[in-house]
Structures are given as structure tokens and as C-alpha cells.
Design a protein around this ligand. Structure first.
Ligand code: PDD
Length: 284
């Protein structure tokens, strides 16, 4: 497997990352995950826009967008041809400098890492069955809109879910269910589709934005409001959206069955529309 590191393509085991890299020492870096479907990056512009927002969010000078677009195109053209289902990962850190909480002064060049890996596509039957989730207190910081590599709360929440026999965790802040550990949250209540509005407390998901467009095309009634945790119990349908999650029903939540325990009709309409949007209508 090859990686792109600071301007060079090299084999993964040849790529030397400085032990002083600030992403390693402080989690001082930001990232993006872009899905490739048959060698085509899905919603590349939105991902590059968000990367730029994240870089500015941590007071970093954005890496040249044209360069990143070329690198993604290179992985799409080669690895993307070998792997019809893949992701491209981009990570930008503040660079390597002797450990100090202060920003390096003078600034050092950022560390730019890009690689592609195959992913296992979600089988339609798996999507119809859905996943189990549990709710957990959201103990993340107040800048969740920045896609930083500082993911320890997310990692711990995911592990807490696993230890409770579930697949993922839904973060609850101030009594509101807002998003999952690496996906956004949608809830169908009273026939309406709810998802948390974009605030500093959620990541503005690219898939979320696409699903909102699809919901609009389907004429669904949408409310940009988070769901009070007590209202989850009565929800007809719950689903997650994300680059690797795609549209995934949550059919068991905190040990209870959601709706019929299978993918519900609103989720199914959006799931089918999403399959069409990514150029895989046959899978649905
Ligand atoms: N995670 N919320 C959080 C906290 C996320 O980490 C992600 C994505 C999303 C969904 O965003 P998008 O639709 O743009 O992928 C929401 C990526 C996939 C990850 O960390 O691997």
C-alpha cells in the first residue's frame, strides 16, 4: 500500500513520520474521509471545503486545495480502479517541532498525509437489518464542527457501545440526541424527519447535507431540530448518515426495538435515493 506524505508517494512501510509530529503528540491535526465509488470521489468539493474550514478552525493556513485535489485524483485513478469501494483519507497536522504547547514559532510546514484503502460495501440485507446503538453522555469539547484527529471521546464512546453489545453510540448533550461517534443522526417522529441543526456541537456531515437534499426532492417534511432523548423511545425510525456509514438504520436503541426492528419506509426511500445518487441503484 502506498501513501502520499509531504509531497512524495511512497510505500507505507517506507514512510517516516517524525516522532515530534504534533498530530501524534497533541492530536493537533484535522482530517477528511472521502468515499470512492468505482474510482469516483463522492462530493469531493464539499469535503475539501470542510477541510479548509477545519484548518481555519484550528488556526492553520489551509494546504493548497489544488494540490490536495490532484492527490485525491491520483488515488482515485489508481487505487480506486483496483478497489471499487474505497476511501481516501487526508490528514493535515501542524507539523513537527520539539514538544511545546505553543504553536511552533516560526511556523513549520504542515504534515500532509493521504492514503486510500478498500472498504467493504454494506450489503443491502445488512442495511435492511440495521444496527444497534446506545445513548451516551456527550463529553466532547464545544468545537465538534472541526474535524480534528482528536477523537478520543468518540473512540471511548464507540468502545462503550461495544461493551454494551451495540454497534455505535449516540451522543446526548443537554438532553438532546445529536449525532453518533462518526455519523450524523436522523429521527422520524410523527411522520417528520428530524436532524440536529448545524451548530458547534455537531460535525456538519457531507452525507447529512446530501440526505437533506434527497429528503427535499422526495418532498419529506424536515425539521432541523435535535431530538430530546425521551422522544427517541417513541421514534418511528432512526438512522445514521456518514461517508462510511452511508444511510444506516438504527433498529435497536438502548436495548429497545425501534419501529418494526427493520429499515422503516422513510429510511428506505432515502436509502434508495442515496444508492441512486452514488451510482449504485442496483444495490437497493
Ligand atoms: N466521520 N459526525 C462525526 C462525529 C463524524 O466523525 C462523521 C464522519 C460524521 C459524518 O460526516 P460525513 O457524512 O461528512 O462523513 C458525523 C468519518 C467518516 C470518520 O471519522 O471516519
Amino acid at each position: 500500500m502506498r501513501v502520499y506524505l509531504n509531497g512524495r508517494y511512497q510505500e507505507r512501510d517506507q514512510a517516516g513520520l517524525d516522532v515530534d509530529d504534533r498530530s501524534f503528540l497533541f492530536g493537533d491535526g484535522v482530517y477528511e474521509v472521502i468515499r470512492l465509488y468505482d474510482g469516483r470521489p463522492f462530493e469531493l468539493d464539499r469535503h475539501l471545503d470542510r477541510l479548509e474550514q477545519s484548518e481555519r478552525g484550528v488556526w492553520m493556513e489551509p494546504v493548497d486545495r489544488g494540490t490536495l485535489a490532484e492527490v485525491v485524483a491520483e488515488f482515485a485513478a489508481h487505487e480506486g480502479r483496483t478497489w471499487p469501494d474505497a476511501i481516501v483519507y487526508i490528514q493535515v497536522s501542524r507539523g513537527a517541532a520539539p514538544r511545546s504547547h505553543s504553536f511552533p514559532d516560526p511556523p513549520v510546514p504542515p504534515t500532509v498525509l493521504v492514503w486510500a484503502r478498500p472498504v467493504k460495501p454494506v450489503a443491502p440485507e445488512q442495511a435492511r437489518a440495521g444496527i444497534a446503538a446506545v445513548t451516551v453522555a456527550d463529553d466532547r469539547w464545544a468545537r465538534c464542527w472541526i474535524k480534528t484527529v482528536n477523537l478520543l471521546p468518540n473512540v471511548l464512546a464507540k468502545e462503550a457501545a461495544r461493551r454494551r453489545g451495540a454497534d455505535d453510540a449516540v451522543f446526548v448533550r443537554d438532553g438532546m440526541a445529536i449525532e453518533a461517534t462518526s455519523a450524523n443522526l436522523f429521527v422520524v417522529r410523527g411522520g417528520r424527519l428530524y436532524t440536529a441543526p448545524v451548530t458547534n456541537y455537531i460535525l456538519p456531515g457531507v452525507t447529512r447535507a446530501v440526505v437533506l437534499e434527497l429528503a427535499d426532492e422526495l418532498g419529506l417534511e424536515v425539521r432541523l431540530e435535535p431530538t430530546p432523548v425521551e422522544a427517541l423511545e417513541a421514534a418511528e425510525e432512526v438512522f445514521l448518515t456518514g461517508t462510511t456509514t452511508e444511510v444506516m438504520p438504527v433498529t435497536r436503541l438502548d436495548g429497545r426495538t425501534v419501529g418494526t426492528g427493520r429499515m422503516g419506509p422513510v429510511t428506505e426511500a432515502l436509502w434508495r435515493a442515496f444508492r441512486r445518487r452514488v451510482g449504485r441503484p442496483g444495490d437497493a
